[in-house]
Structures are given as structure tokens and as C-alpha cells.
Design a protein around this ligand. Structure first.
Ligand code: AHR
Length: 499
């Protein structure tokens, strides 16, 4: 049987966890908005058309912040189309996803929805087809108390109090050729700088996220970060990172190793930020916003067959299986282990579109497999991240050498009364005995061990079997000391009470 030996020391702290690393994302894409969070006429819809069943699951995930309205969508979006009387809003050709956008849902609806879901809204501005003028007007519309053209328009649209949106993204994936209004690093750096300046002049309390690379594999990475920060360092607070993984070649050992790359991505971006800070003789650290991450590949082929110019077509509707939940768990472990630098992150997305929640239009909603690791991390992963030193055997894949069979993260709760260890056993054949030295934490007792595992790694939660994969309580933990059996290919949440 495989062994993993870990040591966790109370003094060896990675950093405080910003709860916003458990954020998510809603784009005007497919059935994320229409048929996802917003479906007037649905039996579970409230008077505003917000699906209460979906809100219930979002609350179960306890998502602290949600990014909106894109994504690629934002780079062609006129935010003014989505305000005012719904029947007067224009219907447009939407060029990011080749759909029809009716604009029945817009900024004010999103702010109201986020409030109801208990999440802070995070808005992106269009730096593809637009620039500083539209962005500063949007900040004025959302955040200025009143007495000006845009703030009074918000009031006359029925929103007397400002939305007070704190976090703003300066465009989306501007390094990508697929992006409407794609730019070189210098072009983006200049427009992002000028946009940031005027947005903060309208509201100096806001925080801004500059677009980093849309993936570690981009040919412009990491020069992109260096150049854009050269232009924007003074005005921005975060730089973004995006990553999606897939198992196109059905090589599960390799798929489970991919999050190692996410860790390298974070560390490289942090180094570039520090290098720019040094060059600028700057005082502030640029923080990281990993504002799109997930597994995404199941829907690639079906999406290529969806006809253009439909309203809310079924796009990016990945049905996640057990091995995808393990990858999501591993990505969460990477985020927690980099909590000193990653201060926001958004699983992309929240409903229907590459999402932990799936709905049937007019019907029920369900939890996908990836719902569970996200829920566990969001529930139990708040406090301080402690370093986990693991001694465990390793394996090589065709892309990643020396991958540890077990990866883990540990979180000391804010009240210091409990410690939660999140661990994934990547071994596809054997269970692993996980022992952990916790001497610095005093008397500890294991309060529970939750496991998500299944013999069939391709098993999923479907409309016909919505609860095929769900967590169970394990009974294999020895009382008093930490010795747990991690089943083969499993996600584990081990909760300890501290005296
Ligand atoms: O989340 C889906 C898409 O992935 C987003 O629109 C884009 O930013 C990324 O490429």
C-alpha cells in the first residue's frame, strides 16, 4: 500500500486566505444567464425572473464574489444596451459566441441578483471595441451617489442606492487573437492605463484587475505581463490569470498532473510582478486574480455544431465526471497553497456553462461532480493556509515529470479551533495511507473525513442520475492521531478539532 507522510506546523504559514478565492463567474454565454440564473416564468423564478433553486445552490457554495458580464462577451458589449426598460433594449448579434443577445438582463439585474445570492459583484469593462469613456461612465452609473447624468439615470431606472461595485476587470483576455479588439501588449497597456486612471478618478475606492495572459501556453507569455505592467503598475491592483484543463487524449494520469502547471503559472506571474515592482522602485505588490479556471473540454465538439444566431443556445455545457472533480480539487489545492499571492479566483463559470450547477430549462437543477470539492473548499477553506510538506512517491507523465501521488493543502480556521486538510490521491490503482505530524497544533482529534470517489472515473451526475457522485463519510481514520486512508483516485476533506 502506498504511504504519504506529511508534516504541518502552525508556525509555517503560507498566508491568510482571502475568501474571494472561492469566487465564480457569469458570462452572457449560452444558458448561463438566460435559462441559468434568469428564467422568467420558471416555476422557481421570483418576481424578477431569478431562479430561486439556482440561488439556493449558489448559496450552498457560499460564493463571495462573482465576475460579470464576460469573458469574451464583454469585448463587444455596450453596457448601455442592458439598462432601462427591458422592452426598449436592443437585440444584437453577439460576436464572441455567435448568438443573439436580447439584453433583457443587464448590469442592474446582475447587481440585484448578486445581492440576493449573497455575493459581491465584480464587473469587467469593454476594452475590445470601447475604452476609457464607456468605462468611466459605467463606474459613474454604478457607484456615484447622484446629481450627475449617469448616476441620475441609474436612479430613474429604479436603483436609488449606488451598487458600489468595488472590483473591476480592465477587459478580458486581450492577448488572445480570438478576442474582439485583440491588442498587442503595448496597445493594451496604454488603453488599460488610461482607462484605469479615469475609473479611479470617478471612484478612488475601486480595485482594478489588469488582463494577464489567457494561459501559460500563450506565445506572448510572460513578456505580456512585463509590458502591460510597465504601463499600468501605478494604477492597478491585480493581474489576471486564466487556465482550463482537459483530458482530450483520455490519459487520466496525465490529466491529474496538469494542475502542477497552474502552480508554475502563478509563481512565474508573481515573479514578473515583483520584477516590475523593483524596476519601478514601487512600494506595492501586485496581487493575482485567477479569475477563470476549471476543466473545459467535453463540450468542444458539440459546440462546433451549434447553429449561429440563436438566443441562449446550449454552449459549453460540459457534463463533469469523477476525474474532473479530482482535477478541480487539485486546482483548489494549488490556489490555497498560493494564498499569499492569489487574492481572488473565479471558477468559470457558475451555472450551465462549464459550471458546477446544471439546469434544465423549465425544469430542475443539479449539482455536478465538481460542485463538491468547490463547496468543501469554500466551506472549510477559510482562515490561514499552512504549508504541507509531503513525502510521497512520484510518477512521470508525458507532460509532467515527478508528480506526487498525493497533493494536499491545510487551512487553520479563523478562530484557530479547527484544521482542515484537503488531499487528492492521484493513484489510479492503490489507496494511500496518509499520516500527518501535527505536533505544533497540540491535542487534535479527527472530527470527520469526507471522501469523494468512485470506481468509475467517467461516472457523472446526469439528469437521469443526478446524485450518482456525491461525498460520503469515511470511517478509516484512526481516532486521536492523523492516519487516514485515501482511497484510490479520491478527493478527501479531513477535519480536525484543536484543543
Ligand atoms: O469561460 C469561457 C471563456 O473562456 C471566456 O469567455 C474567455 O474569457 C475564456 O477564453
Amino acid at each position: 500500500m502506498r504511504q504519504a507522510k506529511a508534516v504541518i506546523d502552525k508556525q509555517n504559514v503560507v498566508g491568510p486566505i482571502d475568501k474571494r478565492i472561492y469566487g465564480s463567474f457569469i458570462e452572457h454565454l449560452g444558458r448561463a444567464v438566460y435559462g441559468g440564473i434568469f428564467e422568467p416564468g420558471h416555476p422557481q423564478a421570483d418576481a424578477s425572473g431569478f431562479r430561486e433553486d439556482v440561488i439556493g445552490l449558489v448559496k450552498e457554495l457560499d460564493v463571495p464574489i462573482i465576475r460579470y458580464p464576460g469573458g469574451n462577451f464583454v469585448s463587444g458589449y455596450n453596457w448601455e444596451d442592458g439598462i432601462g426598460p427591458a422592452e426598449k433594449r436592443p437585440c444584437r448579434l453577439e460576436l464572441a459566441w455567435f448568438s443573439l443577445e436580447t439584453n433583457r438582463f443587464g448590469t442592474d439585474e446582475f447587481a440585484a441578483w448578486a445581492k440576493k445570492a449573497g455575493a459581491e459583484p465584480m464587473l469587467a469593462v469593454n476594452l475590445g471595441t470601447r475604452g476609457p469613456d464607456a468605462a468611466r461612465n459605467l463606474v459613474e452609473y454604478c457607484n456615484h451617489p447622484g446629481g450627475t447624468y449617469w448616476s441620475d439615470l441609474r436612479k430613474s431606472n429604479g436603483h436609488v442606492d449606488p451598487h458600489n461595485i468595488k472590483v473591476w476587470c480592465l477587459g478580458n483576455e486581450m492577448d488572445g487573437e480570438w478576442q474582439i479588439g485583440h491588442k498587442t501588449a503595448d496597445e493594451y497597456g496604454r488603453i488599460a492605463c488610461e482607462t484605469a486612471k479615469v475609473m479611479k478618478w470617478v471612484d478612488p475606492t475601486i480595485e482594478l484587475v489588469a488582463c494577464g495572459s489567457s494561459g501559460i501556453g500563450m506565445s506572448t507569455f510572460p513578456d505580456w505581463e512585463k509590458t502591460i505592467l510597465k504601463h499600468t503598475y501605478t494604477h492597478v491592483d491585480y493581474v489576471s490569470l486564466h487556465t482550463y484543463y482537459g483530458n482530450h487524449e483520455n490519459d487520466t494520469a496525465n490529466f491529474l498532473a496538469k494542475p502542477v502547471n497552474m502552480d508554475r503559472f502563478i509563481k512565474t506571474v508573481a515573479s514578473v510582478c515583483d520584477a516590475v515592482k523593483a524596476k519601478k522602485r514601487g512600494k506595492k505588490d501586485i496581487r493575482l486574480s485567477f479569475d477563470e479556471w476549471n476543466v473545459w473540454y467535453h463540450s468542444n465538439l458539440p459546440d462546433s455544431k451549434v447553429p449561429r444566431w440563436q438566443e441562449a443556445p446550449p454552449l459549453l455545457e460540459d457534463i463533469y465526471n469523477m476525474e474532473d472533480a479530482l482535477v478541480v480539487g487539485l486546482m483548489l489545492i494549488v490556489l490555497i497553497n498560493n494564498a499569499d499571492r492569489v487574492k481572488m479566483a473565479c471558477i468559470a463559470q457558475i451555472v450551465n456553462v462549464i459550471a458546477p450547477i446544471m439546469t434544465e430549462t423549465g425544469g430542475a437543477c443539479r449539482r455536478q461532480t465538481i460542485f463538491y470539492p468547490f463547496k468543501h473548499a469554500s466551506m472549510f477553506g477559510r482562515g490561514a493556509a499552512l504549508k504541507v510538506n509531503i513525502d510521497c512517491s512520484r510518477y512521470d507523465t508525458k507532460e509532467t515529470p515527478a508528480v506526487s501521488y498525493v497533493d494536499a493543502a491545510a487551512v487553520l480556521s479563523e478562530d484557530c479551533r479547527s484544521l482542515t486538510i484537503f488531499a487528492v490521491n492521484r493513484d489510479l490503482k492503490e489507496e494511500c495511507v496518509f499520516t500527518c505530524g501535527l505536533r505544533s497544533l497540540g491535542d487534535v482529534s479527527v472530527s470527520e473525513h469526507i471522501v469523494l470517489a468512485d470506481d468509475d472515473l467517467k461516472a457523472a451526475n446526469t439528469k437521469a442520475a443526478p446524485e450518482r457522485i456525491r461525498p460520503v463519510k469515511a470511517s478509516s481514520v484512526k481516532k486521536g492521531i492523523l492516519e487516514a486512508r485515501l482511497p484510490k483516485a479520491s478527493w478527501n476533506v479531513i477535519r480536525l478539532s484543536l484543543a
